[in-house]
Design a protein around this ligand. Sequence first.
Ligand code: NAP
Length: 338
Amino acid sequence: MSNKISVSILGATGSVGQKFIELLIDHPWFEIASLCASEKSTGKKYSEAANWFQPTPLPDYIGDMIVQSCEPSVKGRIAFSGLDSEVAGPIEERFASAGYAVISNSKNHRMDFDVPLLIPEVNAKQLELVRQQKFGSGMIVTNPNCSTVGLVMALKPLVDNFGVEEVSVVTMQALSGAGYPGVSSLDILDNVIPFISGEEAKMETEPLKILGVPIKISAQCNRVAVVDGHTESIAVKLSKSARVEEIIEAWKTFRAEPQTLQLPTAPAHPICYFKEDNFPQPRKHRMLEHGMVVSIGRLRPCPIMDWKFTVLSHNTIRGAAGGAILNAELLVKNGFIT
Ligand code: NAP
């Protein structure tokens, strides 16, 4: 008999849902008890319902599990949600009302006043908000948008040490961020698409709730032909002057609660700074510390703002499933989930 906490995955067949499965297969605290998706998948074996496109093989016992509908009678104390945002809102509320700890990647509840919008290294204290929720033993905790995560992780040490007033960010976002099957090959090969619906507004608002400081942010979001890993070109105006080595030191030495608590999914070094002129790159660096590191490089003076640099983070790991699992670990370690 295992004494691990049983979890269900909502939206288990999708891009984020598959990453949840991959990351949870050998998790020391959690075990997958149920896989849920839409009507078209319900009742099928997982291996038939999902087109598994992860780099690791699908274990037989997962492939043989029968996909269930998203009803809060399925097994699991935690419900990790990778649901399409068209349907996530009410389904997640029903699960929370039935006593599940819902950890969501969808936008629906992110800006609710009593819902934590959590990056454990940045605003672990926001977990306290769940005490204001009306779900009894259930709760909803959310992950930020996948491109917000890289931006905010890079900004946090700057906010703490120098203050940040203005940010300009231009993204080059991976295909897996568009879900499965996502953007058609004929649309994206030999091309860049300079629009991702709703993305710029999320990047301009979510960091304010997470960091709790008023920053003016301008975001421009592009889809590029990279499979995994969002790259962001960022320029910042700081509140007080800083030297190049001070900024790099602030990034390199950044540690927070997940590292102190040694949570299983926490990277030992949450930010990696590269001195090479042509780093970071998605193919080379997205999998550092199992995809949980935010890579930064190319720090240089900006003639318009103060500084500019490049950030890379894995969108379905640090920006979605891995981040959500880290949230759940923080909840468990702090006694919110027993
Ligand atoms: P996706 O690949 O399109 O997967 C969506 C999932 O939702 C599928 O499992 C699908 O099941 C399920 N679903 C759709 N309609 C449903 C319904 N009526 N009832 C129950 N389940 C339903 O999308 P994704 O990229 O994984 O994204 C999932 C969520 O995470 C979205 O809200 C997205 O914005 C967010 N997110 C994504 C990323 C990323 O990098 N991909 C990062 C951060 C956040 P079927 O297969 O049965 O249709």
